[in-house]
Design a protein around this ligand. Structure first.
Ligand SMILES: [Zn+2]
Length: 305
């Protein structure tokens, strides 16, 4: 395959033929087509993921999608911080998990509440109510951290600054060396913006790779309305589709109701009804939050919400 004398092999290689030009056009068209298919599939994937997560819960979908198969069980953690937005979230949503964990003497359970629940100017009473509720749930007074931060008011119309949440959480985790933090998922169970803001604050910590690797983040699964108000009937579905589930024994169910009743300023008819028929008074399921999922939710929250 030698070259004749006087011929420049480099020039010979660079000369474009008709088939080269055709290939370049075809390749360019293929890239454009793939890009548009990719964007469409990504949007479709996001919507599908949202529907599947709503039905089955985040961890099931993450495992099914092959995002991560590492199993890290919340029940094996020793020092756990529950993070809530308002006094009463601890019993309205997290009661079964807190009661199942505080009964184990070797575990240390803490609660961080980001507001006094001052929306109706009853912050001082609500602080007392939180302390009383926690006494029924088994959380010692010394393990309760109640924050009052002017930029994080109890207000469904005000968006909380996720960077402020992010810094406060990191500070607590590094100071106390928690091996797990537990909070809301991206739908915040009731859809309250203050609940969702905590999730996105946690997602930022993972996305920025600033969260200590000795600590895992677990999010309470938001379920559809049918499951949400299905009393204890959701237990089969819950234990099948989540590895981090907590079911309250019948002998201890009254404690969640007592804790809710301690919130006298909030104990109106619909909350009385809620605490009887809501799945969250009997069952909790959690999903481990992974960095790739956190980044996905931060990037697509406009599309999926
Ligand atoms: Zn709340």
């Amino acid at each position: 395959m030698g070259c004749e004398i006087g011929c420049d092999p480099l020039y010979d290689n660079l000369r474009l033929t008709k088939s080269d030009i055709f290939s370049a056009f075809a390749f360019h068209a293929l890239i454009c087509f793939n890009s548009s298919v990719y964007v469409t599939l990504r949007k479709f994937g996001c919507k599908s993921m949202f529907v599947l997560r709503t039905i089955f819960g985040g961890e099931f979908v993450s495992n099914f999608a092959g995002i991560n198969f590492i199993h890290r069980d919340l029940k094996s953690k020793e020092k756990i911080l529950f993070i809530i937005s308002h006094p009463d979230d601890e019993c309205m949503f997290f009661g079964p998990a807190i009661l199942n964990l505080t009964i184990c003497k070797e575990k240390k359970i803490f609660l961080l509440c980001f507001s006094y629940g001052d929306y109706n100017q009853k912050g001082r009473q609500r602080k007392q109510e939180l302390w009383q509720s926690c006494s029924f749930l088994g959380i010692p007074e010394s393990n309760i951290f109640l924050q009052k931060i002017s930029v994080l008011p109890d207000d469904p119309k005000r968006m909380w600054n996720e960077n402020v949440i992010f810094r406060i959480i990191i500070n607590y985790v590094e100071t106390f060396h928690f091996d797990a933090v537990v909070s809301f998922d991206k739908d915040g169970i009731s859809g309250h913006p203050n609940h969702k803001a905590i999730y996105y604050g946690l997602a930022h910590t993972l996305a920025n790779e600033s969260f200590p690797d000795y600590c895992s983040i677990y999010c309470l699964d938001s379920v559809n309305k049918f499951r949400k108000y299905s009393f204890i009937l959701d237990f089969l579905f819950s234990i099948c589709f989540s590895s981090n589930w907590f079911i309250l024994p019948p002998s201890r169910c009254y404690l969640v109701k007592k804790a809710m009743k301690a919130h006298r300023t909030q104990y109106v008819w619909f909350r009385k009804l809620y605490i009887w028929i809501s799945r969250y008074a009997y069952i909790n399921t959690f999903s481990l939050l992974y960095a790739n999922e956190a980044i996905f939710d931060l990037n697509f929250r406009g599309v999926c919400d």
